[in-house]
Design a protein around this ligand. Structure first.
Ligand SMILES: [Zn+2]
Ligand SMILES: [Zn+2]
Length: 118
């Protein structure tokens, strides 16, 4: 059984997106973290160099936040940001891999999947 979000809450406390997963895990993503990891081709092209701190985004006049999210098929969620960007389709697998909790970060590092190959 693939792990899928049971619940996605876009407007969590402290500018975070909360995802409750079907396996009971919970992920909390800060908006800039999630936005800067947008998987669309445009954002991937302008990705900061590996190892560079994330969040190197143009400064917005208003606070960045997701306006809405749409489920795409059975495997992904498309996030509409208030900066007008909406071409990022975050597959559940990708989203789960982005989970910044210590547990997942440790797992990702062990698997060499955190995108920071030395
Ligand atoms: Zn993008
Ligand atoms: Zn996690």
């Amino acid at each position: 059984m693939p792990v899928v979000p049971a619940k996605i809450r876009l407007a969590g406390p402290n500018h975070t997106v909360h995802v409750d997963w079907s396996d009971g895990h919970a992920s909390v993503y800060e908006y800039p973290y999630l936005r800067s990891r947008c998987p669309c081709a445009t954002c991937q092209d302008s990705e900061p160099e590996p190892g560079q701190a994330a969040g190197a985004l143009p400064v917005l006049k208003k606070a960045l936040k997701p306006e809405r999210a749409e489920i795409v098929g059975r495997y992904a969620v498309q996030i509409y940001w208030n900066d007008g960007h909406n071409s990022g389709i975050y597959s559940y697998e990708y989203l789960r891999r982005l989970c910044p909790c210590p547990e997942c970060t440790a797992e990702a590092r062990a698997a060499g999947m955190d995108g920071r190959q030395e």
